[in-house]
Design a protein around this ligand. Structure first.
Ligand SMILES: CC(C)(COP(=O)(O)OP(=O)(O)OC[C@H]1O[C@@H](n2cnc3c(N)ncnc32)[C@H](O)[C@@H]1OP(=O)(O)O)[C@@H](O)C(=O)NCCC(=O)NCCS
Length: 175
């Protein structure tokens, strides 16, 4: 099962992918609005990848790995997972720094969101970010998600945006 866009392939993970994902998850700039700039350990990276494999097997969705055409280099992820220990499907995206600012996260998120609604039949998807992460909240808005709430987790202020399946077909996605 893969999804494809003009510039990207969205694919499922293999355990061995963790080494290709490591430069992204240990880049302090990538991690700025995730851990406050603390790189993930190898154990966290392996566990993330294994979680995606298990998520896809049990739920039919995951945070797809992103391969850039034509070389198929792993440049990040985009897709739905569970945020921390919640049971709320949450869409998210991380890209390698050289890939920022080219519209790639949005390009990946449009089919990832559509797939989660149409094939997986999720009824509601949220997205969570630090409010300072303007690029991320901008993508949420471009996808048609609407502001839901502001909350605090472990002393960090976060915003939650959300979209229901019915609203996805109101016409805003992809514009
Ligand atoms: C968030 C991230 C995935 C965005 O990737 P991207 O491919 O550059 O995103 P896109 O180009 O698809 O869209 C970003 C939008 O935000 C805008 N934007 C980016 N930085 C901005 C800033 N500092 N201020 C205002 N707008 C900004 C862009 O202009 C674009 O909007 P536009 O299409 O209306 O011009 C990338 O920056 C990243 O990997 N960051 C580190 C990981 C991360 O924080 N992930 C999100 C965790 S919640």
């Amino acid at each position: 099962m893969i999804l494809e866009t003009e510039r990207l392939i969205l694919d499922t993970w293999q355990s061995t992918d963790w080494t290709a994902f490591r430069p992204i998850a240990t880049d302090v700039e990538v991690m700025r609005y995730i851990t406050g700039g603390v790189p993930w350990s190898d154990e966290q990276i392996r566990s993330f990848v294994d979680r995606q494999i298990e998520l896809y097997r049990t739920q039919g969705f995951c945070r797809w790995k992103l391969l850039e055409k034509p070389d198929r280099n792993l440049i990040g992820f985009c897709g739905v997972g569970f945020w921390h220990d919640t049971k709320e499907p949450e869409i998210g995206w991380w890209l390698a720094r050289p890939c920022w600012g080219r519209g790639l996260a949005t390009e990946a998120a449009v089919p990832a969101l559509r797939d989660a609604f149409e094939r997986v039949r999720l009824s509601r998807i949220v997205s969570i970010a630090m409010p300072e992460n303007i690029a991320s909240t901008r993508i949420m808005q471009k996808l048609g998600l609407e502001f839901d709430s502001e909350f605090e987790n472990e002393g960090v202020r976060l915003v939650k945006y959300a979209i229901d399946r019915a609203a996805q077909y109101a016409g805003s996605v992809g514009n």
